[in-house]
Design a protein around this ligand. Sequence first.
Ligand SMILES: *[C@@H]1O[C@H](CO)[C@@H](O)[C@H](O)[C@H]1NC(C)=O
Length: 275
Amino acid sequence: MWMVYTLVILLFSSTAGARNLLGRVEVPQYAFEGEKATLKCIFNLRATRLYSLKWYHNNTEFYRYVPTERKKHFTLQPSSVFTVTEVFRSEREVVVSLGRLRRGASGHYRCEVIAEHPSFRTEAAGAYMMVLAETLGPPVLVGGREIYEPTEVIKVGCQARVSSQPAPRPSLQWLIEGNKVDDRWVRPYATPHGHHGIALHVPGRLVAEEGGSMRAECQATLGTHRHSAYKVLRVRVRLISYLDDYYSTGTTLHTPGSRVTAVVAAAVVVLKFPY
Ligand SMILES: *[C@@H]1O[C@H](CO)[C@@H](O)[C@H](O)[C@H]1NC(C)=O
């Protein structure tokens, strides 16, 4: 019987256009001890007027906005695990900032909106936020060299910084010149010491073809937090004079004055006639 009721309620509320008052609620998945977190509650006053908007942490109210109250529009409840400030308020959204986060600030954050008389319709939504003891640092790059030959494969490892506390592992990603690196040039690895990482395996030839130097970036991402470590991949581009000899034999590919063409062509020569 209960299931039938639940189903009827679900059907009814979805056809009635549920949550037409509350829009999106944004709570970061992760935050760091001592730092800040920004929470956003977006509402929609098309059909009705707002009676109140409240924020709760683990069911304890810490922010209240009641537009109809004359004097004080909003009230903050002091908390022992964070400080609260209202950052922004409009006819569409309320943004609050929590500061000096303590570990106890982990938990469920919920925004609740109540419509004006006569419906007093109530809608709420929220999400969990986890406060971690250690800030996310940039990842660590391992094993890279200063310069490579075009015939070599450039191998650079990237792993998340180890934290002394148990913490979720950030996701890692390689980019070259700002573009995500093709999967075939990236290999996940694990060390015997329990470090996990992803290694970039790029043929030096590809870098040589682009002029001999490219900027690689490894990003560590945890929720909305991101840190990067950078390395310039350098490949020796040789045989510029050899190239002149080569092309002086009569080919027309090389346009005088175009340095880029010369360098790319040089890389091709290197490939065709490796030492
Ligand atoms: C809130 O709940 C989380 C678990 O969901 C807990 O870790 C945290 O300590 C609680 N904080 C407070 C102040 O109740």
